[in-house]
Design a protein around this ligand. Structure first.
Ligand code: ZN
Length: 150
């Protein structure tokens, strides 16, 4: 290599001449080559910061997706029709369905609570006022529920 034409680059700590193309002294070059541990550490830092950024972006995307998907919480949906329960009734076994679905099920399918698998008649169904109140509040706060066909 020819270092005769080097510019007046001041490098106080360096003993070797500066490579005019890279600005790296032979010493630096040695360090880069000799210190694979440092290189590995740098690589890992970069990798983990990229990873964090990636995860953060994913979280934001997930929130966006949820907003777009407009999900109804599972506890407000009927286990029979999976629609939001506008007229929820609770069975003696503590399970809540929409009134129309469970009544239809009792008449057409069997005289059983379909999840508890225990005898049930329509007269035992009690309006679940708490769920009804939550559903009404949810619909009021999420107007798209009524806008979309359920
Ligand atoms: Zn239903």
């Amino acid at each position: 290599m020819d270092y005769h034409n080097q510019q007046t680059t001041t490098n106080l700590n360096s003993t070797g001449p500066v490579n005019p193309e890279t600005g790296i002294t032979p010493d630096d070059q040695m360090n880069i080559i000799v210190d694979p541990q440092l290189e590995q550490a740098l690589f890992e830092i970069e990798h983990s910061s990229n990873q964090s950024l990636y995860e953060l972006n994913n979280l934001f995307n997930e929130v966006d997706m949820k907003r777009k998907r407009r999900e109804i919480p599972e506890y407000l949906t009927s286990k029979l029709c999976y629609d939001i329960m506008r007229d929820p009734v609770i069975t003696p076994f503590g399970i809540t369905y929409c009134r129309s679905c469970i009544e239809e099920n009792l008449y057409k399918v069997s005289h059983l609570d379909p999840i508890a698998n225990k005898p049930l008649v329509a007269e035992q169904l009690i309006s679940n006022l708490v769920v009804k109140e939550i559903v009404e509040k949810f619909i009021k706060e999420n107007e798209w529920v009524d806008a979309e066909s359920f």
